[in-house]
Design a protein around this ligand. Structure first.
Ligand code: BGC
Length: 430
């Protein structure tokens, strides 16, 4: 039975064991170079205009707005002289546009109203914006496109900081707004806690609802931008979710066709939390059609519209809660076994691709040769930290080691709680 499932997946292009990790890493590095030169590339390599080495004001409050894939959060943060962040006044809401299409005015009004209870606590707002946006030298940001299925089409191409300030002004507030990507914030958070350790370079990696990487690059290597201060470093937002080097399986293509942006961010759609359950659902529908599941299980699956990532992962990872759909009586013991065998490779593939992605950023820093000064990789995101199936985290780590050890590169994977919030505060205080 096991081989039958494997063959079925392989015939349709899903074969984790067959992934050419080295070839993919080379492609990643080539695309990163092209992106920095301004040549055609799937990787945008967006300069952040943030120098991770810039001094940070201490003992000064800053308001943080964190617009993530699902949640909207605000907090007031100050950084002590010892580098420790004090985070208070946490509020949580829903990311506007995550539950169906809305317009520009509603979008900014939600932000401005959400900030009202804390906005008078500080002069600056560090705004962690987890979407692809071109950053301007004054740290405003022009939205390039939405990812994570957010629907506010009218703000694409406009300046997000300017829009927020306009709506805050209507409420009588005038604030400085510094916008940064969440991976850049994660990089800064890693630096702020790791500063006492002798790291040679910094990477921020996120695998949550979406995925992406940031690393610190020498300004002279950012060939596409003239006028940058020579001899300095700048955090680069890779937008690695848009990488095009890994071909889609038939299941990816089927799932992708049901999204609001087919053909875009195909790498993110293979590895991040917003999509893993949906790929599993596509596989199970096809498997039912191919007669690999019982008629009852097939009927049950066809009566659903999708499978949530958490439920698929809980089930395949051996820890389903009582309401898990795969515990439905329609699934025989054999069906349950088939579900695990068909869907575990979705997570194994995601772990392998995640390792290649992290490795590309570590290599690109050009550092890490000295074991006493490894590259610091701060990893954030629920999909990375919570996925159980395929022993996700340890598989990522084993794969990463296989890629980086032979290259003589040393790195340290760290985790800093509330990285996007802390990093946005650091940026707001620079
Ligand atoms: C966005 C990135 C973001 C990542 C992680 C992706 O969908 O394009 O800008 O960093 O998600 O949140």
């Amino acid at each position: 039975m096991q081989n039958e499932m494997k063959d079925f997946l392989k015939e349709n292009g899903l074969d984790p064991a067959g992934i050419d990790r080295e070839g993919l890493l080379d492609t990643f590095l080539r695309e990163m170079d092209a992106g920095l030169r301004g040549a055609p590339s799937s990787l945008q390599m967006i300069p952040s205009f943030i120098d991770p080495d810039a001094p940070v004001k201490t003992e000064t409050p800053v308001v943080v707005l964190d617009a993530g894939g699902t949640n909207l959060r605000t907090a007031v943060v100050s950084i002590g002289k010892d580098g420790k962040a004090e985070v208070g006044s946490f509020l949580r809401g829903l990311m506007p546009g995550s539950k169906g299409e809305i317009g520009e005015s509603e979008f900014y009004d939600t932000f401005a109203r959400f900030l009202e209870p804390v906005v008078t606590s500080a002069d600056s707002i560090g705004f962690c914006f987890s979407y692809p946006a071109e950053i301007l030298p004054d740290c405003d940001a022009r939205l390039i496109k939405w990812t994570k299925q957010i629907e506010v089409p009218s703000v694409v191409g406009t300046l997000i900081g300017t829009g927020l300030k306009r709506h805050l002004a209507k409420l009588g507030h005038d604030r400085r707004v510094v916008i940064l990507n969440d991976t850049v914030a994660t990089l800064l958070a890693g630096k702020s806690v790791g500063v006492s350790r002798p790291y040679s370079a910094y990477v921020g990696f996120i695998l949550g609802t979406g995925t992406n990487t940031a690393y610190a690059e020498k300004t002279e290597n950012i060939v596409k931008r003239s006028g940058l201060k020579p001899g300095a470093t700048m955090a680069i937002n890779v937008e690695s979710g848009a990488f095009r080097g890994q071909p889609q399986s038939r299941f990816d293509a089927m799932m992708d066709a049901t999204t609001i942006d087919p053909g875009c961010y195909t790498f993110e759609k293979m590895i991040s939390g917003a999509y893993l359950g949906r790929i599993g659902y596509a596989i199970l529908c096809e498997a039912a059609g191919a007669g690999l599941l019982s008629a009852g299980a097939g009927d049950a699956i066809r009566s659903w519209t999708t499978v949530a990532n958490k439920q698929l992962d809980d089930f395949c990872g051996g820890a389903p809660e009582e309401d898990n759909p795969f515990l439905n009586a329609a699934f025989t013991r054999q069906d349950a076994e088939c579900v695990v065998q068909l869907c575990t490779p979705v997570y194994a593939r995601a772990a392998i691709l995640t390792a290649v992605n992290i490795a590309s950023a570590v290599c690109k820093t050009g550092e890490g040769r000295d074991p006493a000064r490894p590259v610091c990789v701060n990893v954030d995101g629920s999909t990375y930290h919570r996925t159980r199936t395929a022993q996700f985290r340890s598989l990522v780590q084993t794969e990463l080691q296989k890629l980086l050890e032979p290259r003589g590169l040393h790195y340290d994977l760290i985790r800093v709680d509330e990285s996007p919030v802390i990093g946005a505060a650091v940026a707001g205080l620079m």
